[in-house]
Design a protein around this ligand. Structure first.
Ligand SMILES: [Zn+2]
Ligand SMILES: [Zn+2]
Length: 861
């Protein structure tokens, strides 16, 4: 007898369900569209960091976007007006490298990659509003980079200067300080960054150093580790600049040599200890070191050796661990506070490009100076002691400042350290040998890149050489002229030969380079460097609010409605690159009156990495798992749900294919159960009866407990792994109640509530399956526009709870009592238990301790 097809349970087949829904969602452009800024709903701006279009999504992307997608869907279901956009950080070096390798123009290569990745994102079912898509390599976008550049130039925030810059020989371009990690290129871990002298464009981010620092204190929604990294990067320190004069050499005395004396300026945070300075130390590349070496061949040799040693250590990436060495120059500097002569040393651990390149060494009150003095037998002179002496003087080095006072320090003897610091800085200022100052580790942001695939800088150099005519910019004369806004965009030429040699590729395109001066109409050359790609990502998220605007980067009222971003999600590797640049950009735009927010994002979440077999996925290790393969084998729902289930989102996730298969089986189970009961569930019979069977009560209790748990996880720490585990437990409960449901012990209304609830709970995690079941259960429209279920506390309450009973601290039995029982009831139930009675027989119960809801302990003798 042939089995009727109708009797076969329907099989879960993501390959059928997912493309079907994806096609419908694609056709419905309103589905994920944000409502306008006039919406009366509460807004929620949910943002994941935009990817570089390499051509393939990797699992790190899938994880990042699965987190954002679950949150966006949850917020829609909670009735918010959600903006959930996506775009492409599309300029950058890989496009040029690909052009060299495959002879494909960068634009073509990039746009093809974008198309491929957009398609992958669609297959994953991410809920992006593609109408707001931003592609940074298109003139519609980068013309606004140029516009911002001009505005910055007008405000003196973009400027040109010659300086030592970081040069990556592999990238063949300059790098910002933030792009140099342990002396190496951020894109080329094995490539040592060189120092070159070049004239470059900079953004004056240091002007915002204090604001960037102070803002961190208000950013409670950002991870503390990111805030700490930014604080350290900005590296503010208050101190005093003090200039020592180099004492004349004995040989020079009386020779009539009346050249201006050499000077050494040091920066110290502890000017109060300066009477304890027993040497002044210079970096080997310090100009005074060079002068002193000029007439001392032996010294010059030692200096050369130290410079070579520093270079080698920099190349080995362990400059910080260099063995400290020094050489006494035999010369002296005069302490301007005491008039005392102190020896000048040259030391290999001092860097010319850090601080002033010179220090005063106070061994009595500084760990490092103490160590150095011990090694070379330099005197140690104590000048700080505890304010309240307590017998013996403290062991040196004594580095405390609080409750400490100065001794042997001239007119400041007896002053507290804090008072002395202020007074001594003022004294230096009055005597014109120093001043109080604040220094920062943060340097201005070098934005020029000698590469092709980036935003052209909208400046020209007039051959007549007249000076800049716009704004207040402190540029050198030499024909630097800003283009007028009407000349934007300066379009990147497409016909170009890319090579890695010979400077900026744009410099070889005559039609691009040769132009006319907008001021005098004479011949001029365009700037041929392009902008750092971090310019693109510094403000892209504002463009999402008004992506089609052709008159401005965005309309202020739209940005004012959507900003700050409610939740930003991305990798921690951007903590001091993108996340500091975009904070700077936000503050500049605020000062321009374009926006009202001080910071771009109210909350930031940094997800963990996806690893495989204990290592980061990489082509070279051969451990890359392709999202496409996972979709083919298990479906998009299982892949993204696994990415959320396998680890808490802030931790690293070790990808296990078995785990994806497990999620797929779980979804199949849900599908089978929901399909089996969908007919009963779709009968609309109102609320479930107040008289419930035990089975029905248990199921509804499980449902509402799960709703409460998942809802709380979304508003709290996003432990989606435990949310999904809770949904799995609910499904187990449903499966265990199958017999009861089949026997009619559970009402149709309860079954409807149960399966609808389950489907809504799954919607943020497994959107395709949830949408499929929603239809089967009689739901209308998109499941993501249905209201998120409310947990009913009454239904969720346990009717009975279990309480362990101990005798003298040892567990005897677990009793069951009605939930919410008072102490006396619990105590009586414990004492009435037969096992407990057997244990206490013949003994005296001295004490009964009841911890409500938790435990009963009997103390017996
Ligand atoms: Zn590089
Ligand atoms: Zn001119």
């Amino acid at each position: 007898m042939a089995k009727g097809a109708a009797d076969e349970p329907k099989r879960y087949d993501p390959a059928e369900i997912e493309p079907k829904w994806q096609a419908r969602w694609d056709a419905d452009t309103a589905l994920y569209a944000a409502e306008g800024h006039d919406s009366t709903k509460k807004k929620f701006y949910c943002l994941e960091m935009l990817p570089y279009p390499s051509g393939k999504l990797h699992m790190g992307h899938v994880r990042n976007y699965s987190i954002g997608d679950a949150l966006a869907r949850f917020m829609w279901m909670r009735g918010h007006n959600v903006l959930h956009p996506m775009g492409w950080d599309a300029f950058g070096l890989p496009a040029e490298n690909a052009a060299l390798k495959n002879n494909t123009p960068p634009r073509e290569w990039t746009l093809a990659n974008i198309a491929a990745m957009r398609e992958q994102m669609r297959r994953m079912g991410f809920s992006y509003d593609w109408a707001t898509e931003v592609t940074t390599c298109l003139p519609e976008y980068y013309r606004w980079n140029q516009w911002f550049f001009l505005k910055m130039y007008e405000r003196g925030l973009a400027f040109r200067k010659k300086s030592k810059v970081n040069w990556c020989p592999e990238c063949q371009t300059v790098l910002a300080n933030e792009q140099v990690i342990d002396g190496r290129c951020w894109r080329h871990e094995d490539t040592i960054v060189e120092q070159r002298d070049l004239t470059q464009w900079f953004f004056r981010i240091t002007q915002y150093a204090d604001q960037l620092l102070d803002g961190l204190d208000t950013m409670d929604g950002w991870p503390e580790k990111v805030r700490t990294m930014q604080r350290n990067w900005i590296g503010r320190s208050e101190g005093t600049l003090v200039t020592f004069r180099v004492a004349k050499d004995d040989r020079e005395q009386g020779t009539g040599n009346d050249e201006a004396p050499l000077e050494i300026t040091v920066f110290t945070t502890r000017v109060d200890t300066i009477f304890g300075a027993t040497s002044v130390q210079l970096a080997p590349e310090h100009p005074v070191a060079k002068s002193l070496g000029a007439c001392e061949p032996k010294l010059a040799g030692a200096i050369e050796q130290m410079i070579a040693g520093q270079k080698a250590a920099r190349e080995a990436g362990d400059l910080g661990a260099i063995e400290k060495q020094g050489v006494d120059t035999g010369r002296f500097a005069v302490n301007p506070y005491s008039g005392e002569r102190v020896p000048i040393w040259i030391a290999n651990y001092i860097l010319a490009d850090y601080g002033t390149g010179a220090i005063m060494s106070v061994p009595a009150h500084d760990e490092r100076d103490f160590e150095f003095a011990q090694k070379y037998g330099i005197p140690v002179k104590r000048v700080i002691v505890p304010a309240k002496p307590n017998g013996e003087l403290p062991v040196l080095p004594y580095t405390a400042e609080d409750e400490s006072v100065l001794i042997d320090s001239g007119q400041w003897t007896g002053r507290t350290c804090g008072a002395a610091q202020r007074e001594m800085a003022a004294f230096a200022k009055a005597k014109d040998f120093g001043s109080a100052t604040v220094t920062y580790r943060l340097k201005d942001w070098g934005v020029s890149r000698q590469r092709y695939w980036g935003t052209p800088i909208p400046m020209v150099y007039c051959e007549r050489g007249h000076a800049a005519t716009t704004g207040v910019a402190a540029v050198e004369a030499g024909g630097v002229v800003a283009l007028p806004e009407s000349a934007l965009p300066v379009v990147l030429p497409e016909q170009i030969e890319i090579t890695q040699q010979g400077g900026s590729p744009l410099g070889r395109v005559a039609e691009f380079v040769n132009t006319t001066c907008p001021v005098c109409g004479g011949p001029a050359r365009r700037e041929t460097d392009t902008m750092d790609t971090f310019v693109d990502s510094s403000w892209y998220f504002y463009r999402y609010t008004d992506a089609k605007n052709t008159a401005a980067p965005f309309a202020s009222d739209k940005a004012r409605y959507w900003f700050p971003i409610d939740q930003y999600i991305g990798g921690v590797e951007h903590a001091i690159l993108h996340l500091i640049y975009s904070r700077f950009w936000t503050k500049v735009m605020r000062d321009m009156g374009m926006i009202a927010n001080d910071e771009p994002a109210a909350r930031l979440f940094t997800q963990g990495m996806v690893i495989k077999d204990g290592a980061k996925m990489s082509k070279s290790k051969g451990n890359v798992v392709s999202p496409d393969d996972m979709i083919v084998r298990y479906g998009a729902d299982a892949t993204r749900m696994y990415a959320l289930f396998a680890a808490p989102p802030d931790r690293d996730l070790d990808w296990q294919e078995d785990g994806v298969a497990g999620i797929s089986r779980f979804l199949a189970r849900v599908y089978r159960l929901a399909s089996k009961y969908s007919e009963r569930a779709s009968q609309r019979v109102g609320k479930s009866a107040s008289q419930r069977s035990a089975a029905e009560g248990k199921l509804l209790r499980a449902l509402h407990q799960t709703i409460a748990k998942v809802t709380e996880d979304f508003s709290g720490r996003w432990h989606f792994n435990t949310s999904i585990a809770a949904v799995m437990i609910l499904v187990n409960e449903i499966a265990a109640a199958e017999a009861a449901m089949d026997a009619g012990e559970v009402s149709a209304a309860a079954i409807a509530e149960l399966f609808r609830g389950l489907t809504l709970l799954l919607a943020p995690f497994a959107p395709f399956l949830a949408q499929e079941l929603w239809g089967e259960l009689g739901g209308e429209g998109a499941v993501f526009r249905a209201a998120w279920p409310e947990a009913d506390a009454e239904l969720a309450r346990e009717s009975e709870i279990e309480i362990p009973v101990q005798v003298n601290g040892k567990l005897v039995v677990v009793i069951t009592v009605p939930a919410g029982s008072d102490e006396a009831t619990v105590k009586a139930a414990a004492l009435a238990n037969a096992k407990v009675q057997a244990r206490v027989e013949g003994k005296t119960v001295v004490k009964v301790i009841v911890v409500p809801g938790k435990l009963v302990n009997l103390v017996v003798k």
